[in-house]
Design a protein around this ligand. Structure first.
Ligand SMILES: [Ca+2]
Length: 297
């Protein structure tokens, strides 16, 4: 009888240990799921348009995994990396479209951003341009873009432009004489002129630009195109990175190696034709030259 009690107790002990072991396995599986299948935040932004200049809900390095990169790597040739915006495919669901109607573009066309509002909005719809450099140098980023005229809702001055800044709500395009004729609308020529940019290394680490303020490292940064012209192609200038209206040179000190330029949308209907990075230690930039150069890939 005693023997039976001992045998029964041993059986219960084994059953108890087995139950404990099962609990442990469940815990491990749960933690693993959290690590491996976290939800990727939406890159197309929410309803936070008109927020700050360098904001955005798309952190560098959180690529959607379907970004279309990998097929094309651009290279440095004679100090220049030359890329047509439209060479990289637009990933599914990203808010860009190929255009070709505006004359004077290079390559087969340009990309226009369809997200956000005409004033601004959060970073989203990343396009990734892989490139390599072979020179240890300071590279300057230039992008060929356009501004676009809009009719916005608001009060017009005598010349038809908006009093103050008008609204960010688009009321359509002006007529051929660049006038907004509808009641309660006015002309704006300071919109649809910027994107977000940053550079990553091959591990997805953020590569800061020269003298970048510490509190902006990791952020997509606004790059705008200036000038008075609209609906005309124009290169960004050297000092067109913008952090809360402070301007910075678009200069990165790069060691030889592989990188990715990440371009994201900011204001709606901004158009990007061509992108150049050049070794500004040893070369100078001219807009005509940058148009005539062949793509480097
Ligand atoms: Ca182009």
């Amino acid at each position: 009888m005693l023997s039976f009690v001992r045998w029964f107790a041993l059986l219960m002990l084994v059953a108890l240990l087995a139950a404990c072991s099962t609990d442990g396995e469940i815990g491990t599986d749960s933690a693993g799921t959290d690590d491996g299948a976290g939800e990727t935040p939406s890159s197309s932004g929410g309803d936070t348009a008109d927020s700050g200049d360098s904001g955005g809900d798309t952190s560098p390095g959180d690529g959607d995994g379907d970004d279309g990169s990998g097929a094309t790597t651009f290279v440095e040739r004679d100090g220049f990396v030359v890329m047509e915006a439209e060479t990289i495919a637009i990933p599914d669901g990203h808010e860009w479209e190929l255009g070709a109607d505006l004359a004077g573009h290079t390559g087969s066309g340009y990309y226009a951003f369809l997200g956000n509002r005409i004033c601004n909005g959060p970073a989203g719809s990343p396009l990734r341009y892989d490139f390599t450099v072979e020179t240890d140098a300071r590279f300057e980023l230039r992008m060929r873009m356009t501004k676009i005229l809009h009719c916005a809702f608001g009060d017009a001055r005598e010349d038809g432009h908006c009093v103050s800044k008008g609204s960010c709500d688009r009321a359509g395009a002006p007529n051929e004489a660049d006038q907004c004729l509808d009641e309660g609308t006015c002309l704006r020529d300071d919109l649809s002129n910027d994107v977000f940019v940053h550079i990553e290394d091959t591990d997805g680490n953020y590569v800061a630009w020269k003298d970048q303020p510490d509190d902006t490292i990791g952020d997509p940064i606004k790059l705008f195109v200036g000038g008075a012209e609209t609906d005309a192609w124009r290169w960004t200038n050297t000092r067109n990175l913008d952090v809360s209206h402070a301007k910075w040179d678009a200069h990165w000190d790069l060691a030889p190696g592989a990188y990715t330029l990440v371009l994201q949308g900011r204001s709606q209907l901004t158009r990007v034709d061509r992108i150049v990075l050049f070794d500004q230690d040893n070369h100078s930039f001219s807009g005509d030259d940058a148009i005539e150069r062949a793509e480097t890939r």
